[in-house]
Design a protein around this ligand. Structure first.
Ligand SMILES: Nc1ncnc2c1ncn2[C@@H]1O[C@H](COP(=O)(O)OP(=O)(O)O)[C@@H](O)[C@H]1O
Ligand SMILES: [Mg+2]
Length: 229
């Protein structure tokens, strides 16, 4: 704990922690938002593996759009991926696609039950956007998100949710208002090269760097180069 009294947890993303006073506040609920292919899944899962290597349990929750095994197959190419951490249940992959499809009103119950079962230090929901589709209206979704955030706070953990959101829509996205932190992943076409970027839009309790910073994805996962724009 630092002198400001805020406990922090390392993101597991090289370059990011120095942009946010050493890590995410604990507990906190952070959204990684961006268009498809910007690196949201890689970002979130890399953080889970970083924690699991240090003994912290992680839970990865996915839904309809990408079954857990598809995600695992894609992630197997990264050097941070370690199957042993999955075999030993340090990282648990949960697919709640069936609940979302058949009993959307039970989503919160199912999530709470699973999280109670594992008491994780890091939770990922990828993508959260699917929950909005499952809920009937904005009101139900807002209630769901509010209740779920409150629930996870009780575990003193880091929750990372991903949002498939168009760049221009992120700032006025409802969930972006509600969560503790928003990280935008983006790309831009420059000189015929697609560059990727990371921007910390907000992070409660944290003096963070602003603006877009260069983001690199390689077989080692996601790296940020603070200062490189
Ligand atoms: N080994 C790699 N080297 C470089 N880039 C990679 C590698 N593996 C994946 N990527 C990049 O990561 C992107 C997919 O990231 P992903 O985390 O699935 O994004 P999202 O979840 O936002 O859709 C791909 O579009 C690709 O550009
Ligand atoms: Mg993804």
């Amino acid at each position: 704990m630092k002198e400001d009294g805020i406990k922090r947890i390392k993101s597991g993303i090289p370059g990011l922690d120095e942009m946010i006073e050493g890590g995410f506040p604990l507990p906190s609920f952070v959204m990684a938002a961006g268009e498809p292919g910007t690196g949201k899944t890689t970002f979130a899962v890399q953080s889970l593996f970083h924690g699991a290597k240090n003994g912290e349990r992680g839970v990865y929750i996915t839904a309809l759009s990408e079954p857990a095994w598809v995600v695992q197959k894609f992630l197997g190419h990264f050097t941070f991926y370690d199957n042993k951490l999955i075999e030993t249940k340090k990282i648990v992959f949960l697919d709640i696609g069936d609940t979302i499809k058949k009993q959307p009103s039970y989503i919160l119950n199912v999530l709470e039950k699973e999280i109670e079962k594992y008491s994780p230090k890091r939770i990922v929901i990828d993508p959260l956007t699917v929950m909005r589709v499952a809920m009937q209206d904005d009101r139900s979704y807002r209630d769901f998100l509010h209740d779920f955030m409150l629930f996870t706070k009780g575990f003193d953990c880091l929750t990372i949710v991903t949002g498939e959101v168009q760049y221009s829509h992120i700032a006025n996205n409802m969930s972006a208002y509600m969560v503790d932190g928003v990280i935008i992943l983006s790309y831009a076409e420059e000189e015929n090269i697609r560059r990727k970027y990371l921007e910390v839009l907000k992070m409660r309790g944290t003096r963070h760097l602003t603006g877009r910073h260069s983001l690199d994805i390689s077989k080692n996962g996601v790296t940020v180069q603070p200062g490189l724009r």
